[in-house]
Design a binder for this molecule. Structure first.
Ligand code: SF4
Length: 231
């Protein structure tokens, strides 16, 4: 049976452990500011999605609005001007609304509970879990596209999408119950999906969880399915 220890230990022994170590070094600090929220979805993904043409735009945005208070106090036009080039403009609008709401309702500090985070504009289950886990070290799961793929292959039918509720149930069961181990576990699972259990041509012979993987045990042929977006 796959356990968190299996993923953590196996992954650290794996050649890709260097990525995990790097991720640990660059893990967001326990910072109660906009940086925490921007890490999981708004910033990192928007920058990656927008491609190299936008490189430098997001760091510039963060330099201009380094805290929730500075973003909340900005005029909408100024926010959109700084975001220009990143695309996904609804994200900028949501981030601005969120900063204002956090200022108004939470004294300018992002809540640390996923259920409270999810009441904020533009924050879904994945983002709420990522902020709670990475910024506040809460022992909660977060399921992004990579985690979804790994869990589907290890526990389900590699070629049939697992239901959302089922995925989150499995992720909740696996995540360690103490915070520092929880974020490391979530990070390891994400990196396992990004570097080893890739959508196309997964590297099963090198995978630290291959002996527990249902897809491999059943000799299942893994199709190249396009990854589903996290919600
Ligand atoms: S054994 Fe292969 S399919 Fe299973 S989790 Fe590892 S890389 Fe993915």
């Amino acid at each position: 049976m796959l356990s968190c220890a299996c993923i953590l230990c196996g992954y650290e022994l794996h050649a890709q452990a260097v990525s995990l170590v790097q991720a640990q070094r660059t893990r967001p600090s326990v910072a109660r500011d906009a940086q925490s929220l921007c890490h999981p979805r708004v910033g990192v993904h928007a920058t990656a999605d927008a491609g190299t043409a936008s490189s430098g735009v997001f760091p510039r945005f963060m330099a201009r609005f380094p805290t929730i208070a500075s973003l909340a106090g900005a005029r909408p036009k100024a926010v959109m001007e700084e975001w220009d080039g990143l695309g996904y403009y609804a994200r900028a609008r949501n981030l601005h609304k969120l900063a204002r709401e956090v200022t108004r309702l939470h004294d300018g500090t992002l809540p640390d509970k996923p259920e409270e985070l999810r009441t904020l504009p533009g924050v879904g289950r994945y983002t709420a879990g990522a902020v709670a886990c990475f910024a506040y070290e809460k022992p909660v799961p977060t399921v992004d596209t990579n985690v979804r793929r790994v869990l589907t292959r290890v526990f389900g039918n590699a070629n049939v999408e697992m239901r959302n509720a089922e995925l989150w149930k499995v992720a909740s069961r696996l995540v360690p119950k103490d915070g520092p181990r929880a974020w490391r576990f979530n990070q390891a699972l994400m990196e396992l999906g990004a570097l080893v259990c890739k959508a196309r041509q997964p590297k099963c012979p090198e995978c630290p969880v291959r002996t527990d993987c249902r897809a491999v045990r059943s000799g299942m042929r893994i199709h190249n399915r396009p990854p589903a977006h996290p919600r």
